[in-house]
Design a binder for this molecule. Structure first.
Ligand code: SF4
Length: 387
């Protein structure tokens, strides 16, 4: 479904329409198809997203006739929770069943001044980054808008009940869970719009971040359709290394990616793009890599600070064949960037005792792409090359 195009999601006349699949304009169109006025859709939307209602009978300010109509034709159906794990540091990870043997993860990260939910967009991922557990699992399918928003819908209302508050708990959303969000664009945009909608979650554009490995044409569309904060998984300062770590680079090399970042800045709610850079021992963490990164940023930024570098300690897993950079290497790398005037942070690892840290998310994926086999072959080639 293209953004802006809305229709009921049910595939047969007998299956109820899951209202979580709609952003507000979509719900307006659905209500109109039932002969209802647009303001009814707004009431319904607020009940679902602001109050976490699951039953139409709860919606006492809707006409009884509408409630009855909805009960026979629609539903508000979240995802089945398979597991919930809580870390020593308060991070909570949920594993949600999305059917056919697939499961996806969402992670809540509490901090003093904010609550961040990391949301998945696909069951698996087809990009196949070498340092990412999800990438090694392969790809099964895109999530629907309803399956994306259901992660926030569930987490927000669960946490309010858990903490005994009626105030908003989740203040930030990062699309950094399983999947490449810009390869599921049609479902992503209505979900983002629901997050931003004042009748939905009312999150600021600055506090909703889409993280991409660099799907250049979709970055441009996102800037037009729904400009939220943007993070780019960079991980390498030159094309040869990035081709190896982030295979999408072969399609959209660094020069194109950097140009797309510059174009996005015209629409972005913040005046910078965040670059994520996973620190891999002996692979991308040497002083020459820092210098290449500085040159890359300077050659595209017309002398002003237009990006932030977020250095991420790698969370090793067996199949990757990669190791985490030592603290000294990370500090030396960060210092070189800071000395060159680039705003640089080192990400604090959260939830690593429950495998909820960055790059560790790996639900169950029925791989349709034979990624594990393919990546094992690539790994062998890389080891030979390194010798
Ligand atoms: S880092 Fe992101 S884009 Fe790359 S494989 Fe993992 S989920 Fe996919």
């Amino acid at each position: 479904m293209a953004p802006g195009q809305h229709f009921p999601m049910s595939t047969t006349s007998t299956s109820p329409t899951n209202l979580l699949n709609f952003d507000l304009p979509g719900l307006v169109a659905y209500c109109q198809s039932l002969g209802e006025k647009p303001f009814r859709a707004t009431q319904l939307f607020r009940w679902i997203h602001q109050r976490g209602a699951t039953e139409f009978a709860q919606m006492t300010d809707l006409a009884k006739s509408l409630r009855e109509k909805l009960t026979t034709q629609a539903c508000i159906e979240g995802l089945k929770i398979l597991t919930q794990q809580e870390s020593r540091d308060g991070t909570i990870k949920w594993l949600f069943d999305v059917g056919d043997g697939n499961a996806v993860e969402a992670v809540f990260i509490p901090e003093d001044d904010r609550g961040t939910l990391c949301v998945s967009s696909q069951a698996g991922c087809a990009v196949g980054c070498r340092f990412c557990s999800t990438g090694h699992q392969g790809f099964s399918r895109n999530l629907t808008t309803g399956e994306i928003i259901a992660q926030l819908w569930f987490a927000e209302h669960f946490l309010r009940r858990h903490l005994g508050t009626s105030e908003r708990v989740i203040t930030n959303v990062v699309m950094m869970g399983m999947g490449e969000p810009l390869q599921n664009y049609a479902a992503l945009v209505p979900a983002l719009k629901t997050m931003l909608d004042d009748h939905g979650y009312g999150l600021s554009r600055r506090r909703v971040t889409v993280s991409t490995s660099g799907v250049v044409p979709m970055m441009e569309r996102l800037g037009q359709d729904c400009p939220v904060a943007l993070a780019v998984s960079l991980h390498a300062p030159n094309d040869a290394l990035r081709n190896d770590l982030v295979p999408l680079n072969k399609k959209y090399p660094l020069a194109e990616l950097m140009a797309a970042c510059q174009s996005y800045l015209a629409f972005a709610p913040r005046d910078f793009i965040t670059f994520e850079y996973c620190m891999l021992d002996g692979v991308n963490d040497q002083p020459e890599h820092a210098q290449q990164l500085i040159d890359l940023v300077r050659s595209h930024g017309q002398g002003k600070a237009w990006c932030k570098l977020n250095l991420i300690p790698f969370n090793p897993f067996a199949q990757s064949g990669l190791q985490r950079s030592g603290n000294a290497a990370v500090q030396r790398f960060a210092q070189l960037l800071v000395d060159a005037g680039i705003v640089t942070t080192v990400r604090k690892t959260r939830g690593d005792d429950i495998d909820a840290a960055c790059g560790q998310l790996a639900g169950d994926v029925k791989d349709r792409t034979r990624a594990a086999e393919r990546m094992a072959k690539q790994r062998t080639i890389s080891i030979y090359r390194a010798r």
